[in-house]
Design a protein. Structure first.
Length: 316
């Protein structure tokens, strides 16, 4: 039977999709790719293949899952299977440097970023920020891995040579211009089928680990607010309107040119209203509390999209 194949390495993140697939009676099979083997001389099964491999897989003990997934995607594409988020999406998922080059290519502004490998190179790169605050992050990351805020080169040097330093899994550290948001928030735009679905405003008051997946949340993710809502807590994730349509159009064009069907793209605005885009998530997740309040459900839309692709394939 022709079905949807879900390529992943995290059951906690995938179960929300499979529940929607079950509700829609869409046939599917999960390929958990923490390890495995494929005979490349064989033909892949027919169906739709949805890649949900994550850049942060190594934090769950699945160090080589992206490499295995990429090899399997090459095999699938070689045999012209329908692949959602194929090899190009995989390349962008595991490299923020590649993401920034692709965003800039489409006229999308990103923060000033320097890549460095080696502790002394990382420290010396701080000279490029002329005593302005900057952050570090991992090139291959996810969930805010390696994100630290520094006010000076000396502070960075102390961190780099301490036991607290987190070595990036690919050896590449990014130093990036720090963008200060007036209301301590970022915005994540979600896309399904390459088209804009909704935007979610994320409160960053409690730090940089911003994964919206329910499995990543300790509680209901209500963060302390200031007096703007008279002492009431504000949601950590809130679906909002009013996103610049020109920016959305650029995002959609960028996704189309890279054959990416499903993604979340994050941006931040500074106190002058300038927008900087800093992350492409090709393994995107959704926050159920925010969706319930807004009455829109990302995984349901993904399941519908996969159902549509499967039906189209069967009808050929």
């Amino acid at each position: 039977m022709t079905k949807v194949y879900i390529l992943h390495e995290n059951d906690d993140w995938t179960q929300h999709l499979t529940k929607q697939m079950d509700a829609l009676n869409v046939p599917y099979e999960c390929w958990h790719l923490s390890e495995g083997s494929i005979d490349l001389s064989n033909l892949p099964p027919k169906g739709v293949f949805y890649n949900r491999m994550s850049a942060s897989s190594h934090t769950r003990g699945h160090r080589f899952a992206p490499e295995l997934t990429n090899a399997i995607l090459e095999w699938l594409e070689r045999h012209d299977r329908t692949v959602i988020n194929g090899t190009r999406a995989m390349q962008l998922e595991v490299s923020k440097a590649a993401q920034y080059m692709e965003l800039e290519k489409h006229g999308i502004i990103t923060p000033k970023t320097i890549i460095a490998s080696g502790k002394e190179q990382i420290v010396n790169a701080a000279d490029q920020f002329a005593d302005q605050p900057f952050i570090t992050k991992h090139n291959r990351a996810g969930k805010g891995l390696g994100v630290q805020l520094f006010q000076s080169k000396n502070a960075l040097e102390s961190y780099i040579h301490s036991e607290a330093f987190e070595e990036p899994v690919d050896g590449i550290t990014l130093l990036q211009q720090y963008i200060s948001s007036p209301d301590s928030s970022i915005t994540r735009c979600e896309f399904v089928g390459g088209s804009f679905l909704y935007a979610v405003k994320v409160d960053t008051s409690n730090g940089f680990e911003l994964c919206p997946a329910d499995a990543c949340q300790i509680s209901d993710q209500f963060c302390p607010s200031d007096s703007s809502n008279q002492g009431e807590p504000k949601p950590g994730f809130e679906i909002v309107d009013g996103i610049d349509p020109t920016l959305i159009s650029k995002y959609e064009q960028m996704l189309k040119s890279n054959n990416i069907g499903i993604a979340g793209i994050e941006f931040i605005q500074d106190s002058n209203g300038y927008t900087y885009t800093y992350d492409i998530n090709t393994n995107t997740n959704y926050n159920s509390d925010a969706e319930a309040r807004a009455g829109i459900y990302g995984m349901l839309e993904v399941a519908k999209y996969l159902q549509q692709k499967l039906t189209l394939g069967i009808s050929r």
